[in-house]
Design a protein around this ligand. Structure first.
Ligand code: HEC
Length: 117
């Protein structure tokens, strides 16, 4: 019984804080994140992500994936492995540089961690 209560409490906590740390502004083509609380390095990474990761699809695709934990196209789990996988793919299939991919992947991982807080 005690275990059940602890489980329920955990589920409630995780559910209520799920989107707390990521502040989304707008949607679709003009979707953006409020970066005012980001550390400086992540603000810089965000600028790269915002421009370079929105060349083929809008940022909404990545932001939705981060928020829901589900990769919107493949339907798989969207976690740090999935981000790294897409980063490697973009290194081959786009004109993004290694540094740009690295910064963007770092930013996504930062957001995934923020979401979980
Ligand atoms: C060259 C074009 C291109 C660029 C640049 C690009 N993407 Fe994508 N992205 C795609 C395509 C095409 C898909 C469809 C699924 C696939 O092919 O992986 C996709 C799918 C995704 C998905 C969903 C994955 C899934 O499996 O559902 C996410 C999240 C994503 N991109 C994030 C990003 C991020 C973050 C960046 C910047 C590092 C980025 N994309 C840069 C073309 C691009």
């Amino acid at each position: 019984m005690k275990q059940l209560l602890v489980t329920l409490l955990l589920v409630a906590t995780v559910t209520s804080t799920a989107y707390a740390a990521i502040k989304v502004i707008g949607k679709g083509d003009v979707i953006n994140l409020d970066t005012s609380s980001f550390p400086p390095a992540m603000k810089a990474n965000y600028e790269i992500f915002r421009v370079r990761c929105a060349q083929c699809h809008t940022l909404e695709r990545a932001i939705t994936a981060i928020q829901t934990g589900v990769a919107p196209v493949s339907g798989g789990t969207f976690d740090s492995n999935a981000v790294r996988g897409h980063g490697v793919k973009m290194l081959r299939n786009s004109d993004m540089t290694k540094a740009e991919v690295k910064s963007s992947v770092e930013l996504v991982n930062f957001l995934l961690a923020e979401k979980g807080r």
